[in-house]
Design a binder for this molecule. Structure first.
Ligand code: GTP
Ligand code: MG
Length: 693
């Protein structure tokens, strides 16, 4: 059914740090393969891949684009992932959907944090990796240093397959160890010639490294190599593939993508040597509800197992990018979405080239296609044959790093905002949003400010609602530091039956995190047993509402030890009110304080920025807990109040010129300093006045 048999399919993710040239490589690939008739450029905003208005305006990739072309009877599916840290979720999903990750490195800047990330995701998912040192035509390009950095970071399995002859401005010659030829690019034409005598030694040593790399991947091959001193082309190809699949071998190539230098050689390598769907293991699939594994196969006739790794919105509707692992799917089929427990009627299927689509007869095993208007399917879902109920472990998207609150610009838009943000989350799980009933705000979380800006633009364009971004409230807690007692008598006589209830309460602090405890020490029926739950209810509801500044009260023991009642007028309501007011009085006498959430923050920065980053953390009331070296980076561990982490990702990135990165997780609650407490209380009074006004 598929137009291409699985051995003729290559699924390549283009990844790496921002601006390394992924989109330019994709552009040069399309042009070289004859899929387009001009070489577009990111700077002119006319590439196949960066086709959205937001990408053209910003000159960066924001979303993974899918492109395809033919090269030497192989189908190349290219996933051009964004490199900007805010869109790392997309890059992770692209790596997941690929068989081989081409990780770009800038010849002038070497290994960067984005290089590490791409390599680590490929490692996590067991995908093959090759490196492409791009920008070799830059004035300060330094191939040797870039290669050394790659080897230092990722080991000696990173083997150069090529060397640039004239790196720097005017770069147009490459020595290629696979062909053992010199390739010269002039005015868009590649000319193949013999290696000049002056480069012969270097070329031979390059060739030797490649052949050795192939031999070392496999025990039989190494034996053969040691005996005969060489390998046949077929053996080299086999060895290289084994090494790449096992992630012991990482070929390194060179290019100047924007000049289309080296791209044809890269494509030759990808079609002739790169691992494809048949070479990598199919992800494990489970029958929903059972631990039993199902036998799948990279063959059109096997049961369908496929995963939606990305969803995009186009004028025609939502398109789901589907990677088929086993079996095949065609228009008119009924598939089953195991995650949503719903069947899906498959409509048209497209092969994408950026924003352009052409219809496909179906997607065969190992291939990738875009399915239109699936009813119930979202990013990360498994589609399988009907009645099979298979589930492939979903892609784990990165946790959000920044949070903001959003407020509608127009009154009454809350519901539309909620629905829109939910739908965007289903498309892009690295973004999350929801109404926080404690904070009484819609909270949106993402990977960075640009990520959120893109989300809110989408909310406006697709769902027609405009929002203001505001600072989110902090989920403070209230507690006490001392002990106190208080009493309250609720009594009302207003014709008919009266109301009467009196409670005596004692309150005492508990250890942090121990929560609430209610103790009944009433003796002699001073409060009849049946009314005790009403007293407790009054206390609990007041604790939830807060006393000092409207935040929940925690870590407090409340003991009811006395009271009085009236045979006729006492009621649950009266005792609840007695509990409420007795608690409020006792609380205010027991040295009440506010607690604030403290987060553990792990900041990864190059050594050079350590001083600045630590100074900044101190300014945020952070406490440095320690430091660890990690490759060329330093990891700073600190505890920082959430209140001082607002927009931290933006400051960190600007402080470190985009090289810094961090994760944060909730740690514990701690008392708020006095001056901050006063501000929080004042703000809550202001809020209450607004509500009452
Ligand atoms: N001189 C030179 N410029 C290049 C080369 N490759 C890309 N560029 C330029 O570098 C800039 C970034 O290129 P892109 O292709 O957008 O890089 P990218 O990796 O796709 O960027 P993101 O997707 O935003 O991470 C653009 O101005 C390109 O024209 C190259 O080999 N040589
Ligand atoms: Mg790009």
């Amino acid at each position: 059914m598929g137009e291409y048999t699985p051995e003729k399919i290559r699924n390549i993710a283009l990844c790496g740090h921002g601006g390394t040239g992924k989109t330019s490589v994709a552009e040069a690939v399309m042009f070289s393969a004859g899929a387009t008739n001009r070489l577009g450029s990111v700077d002119e905003g006319n590439t196949v891949s960066d086709y959205t208005d937001a990408e053209i305006a910003r000159k960066i990739s924001i979303s993974t684009s899918m492109l395809h072309c033919d090269w030497k009877d192989a189908k190349m599916n290219i996933l051009d992932a964004p490199g900007y840290a805010d869109f790392i979720g997309d890059a992770k999903a692209a790596i997941w959907a690929s068989d081989m990750v081409l990780t770009l490195v800038n010849a002038a800047s070497g290994v960067e944090i984005g290089t590490d990330k791409a390599f680590n995701f490929a490692d996590e998912f067991n995908r093959a990796t090759a490196f492409l040192i791009n920008h070799v035509d830059r004035e300060f390009a330094d191939f040797d240093s870039a290669l050394a950095a790659i080897q230092e970071h990722f080991g000696n399995g990173a083997i150069p397959f090529q060397i640039p002859v004239n790196a720097g401005e005017g770069f147009n010659q490459i020595i290629d160890a696979l062909q053992m030829k010199l390739i010269t690019y002039t005015q868009g034409k590649a000319e193949v010639s013999d290696i000049p005598a002056a480069w012969q030694d270097q070329a031979e040593s390059l060739r030797e490294q490649v052949v050795e790399g192939a031999a070392e991947s496999d025990e039989d091959l190494i034996e053969q190599y040691l005996e005969e001193g060489d390998l046949t082309d077929e053996e080299i190809a086999r060895g290289l593939k084994i090494g790449m699949v096992n992630r012991t071998l990482f070929p390194v190539f060179v290019s100047a993508a924007s000049k289309n230098v080296g791209i044809d050689l890269l494509l030759n390598f990808l079609s002739d040597f790169a691992p494809g769907p048949l070479d990598l293991p199919i992800p494990t699939a489970y029958k929903a509800g059972a631990e039993e594994e199902v036998a799948l196969a990279v063959s059109d006739d096997a049961p369908l197992a496929a995963v939606v790794f990305k969803t995009i919105s186009e004028s025609v509707g939502d398109l789901s990018f589907l990677r088929v692992y086993s079996g095949s799917v065609k228009p008119g089929d009924d598939a089953f979405n195991t995650n949503r427990r719903a069947s899906e009627r498959i409509g048209q299927i497209y092969a994408m080239s950026g924003g352009k689509r052409v219809e496909m007869d179906g997607v065969g095993a190992g291939d990738i296609g875009a399915l239109i208007k699936l009813k119930n399917t979202h990013t990360g879902d498994t589609l399988c044959s009907k009645n099979l109920h298979l589930k492939i472990q979903p892609i784990e998207f990165p946790h959000p790093l920044i949070r903001v609150a959003v407020a509608p610009k127009a009154r009454g838009d809350e519901d539309k905002i909620g629905a829109g943000l939910q739908s965007i989350h289903e498309e892009d799980p690295s973004f999350a949003a929801g109404y926080d009933s404690e904070l009484r705000q819609i909270i949106a979380e993402g990977q960075g400010e640009l990520h959120l800006t893109v989300v809110f633009d989408k909310l406006k364009n697709k769902f027609g609602v405009d929002v203001d971004v505001i600072e989110p409230r902090i989920p403070y807690r209230e507690t006490i530091q001392g002990r106190a007692e208080a009493q309250y008598r609720h009594r009302k006589q207003s014709g008919g039956r009266g109301q009467y209830g009196e409670a005596y309460l004692r309150i005492a602090p508990k250890q942090r995190g121990e929560g609430f405890e209610f103790v009944d020490e009433v003796v002699g029926g001073a409060i009849p047993g049946k009314f005790i739950p009403a007293v407790e209810k009054g206390v609990v509801e007041t604790m939830q509402r807060g006393v000092l500044a409207g935040y929940p009260v925690v870590d407090t023991q409340v003991t009811v030890y006395d009271g009085s009642f009236h045979a006729v007028d006492s009621s649950d309501m009266a005792f609840k009110l007695a509990g409420t007011f007795a608690f409020q009085n006792a609380f205010m006498d027991a040295k009440p304080i506010l607690l604030e959430p403290i987060y553990k923050v792990h900041v990864v920065v190059p050594e050079a920025y350590m001083g600045d980053v630590m100074g900044d953390l101190n300014g945020r009331r952070g406490r440095i807990q320690g430091m660890d070296p990690e490759g060329n980076f330093q990891v700073i561990h600190a505890e920082v109040p959430l209140a001082d982490l607002y927009k931290y990702s933006t400051s960190l990135r600007s402080m470190t010129q985009g090289t810094g990165d961090y994760t944060m997780e909730f740690s514990h609650y701690e008392p708020v300093p006095h001056d901050v407490t006063q501000k929080v209380i004042a703000a809550s009074e202001h809020d209450r006045e607004l509500v009452e006004a």
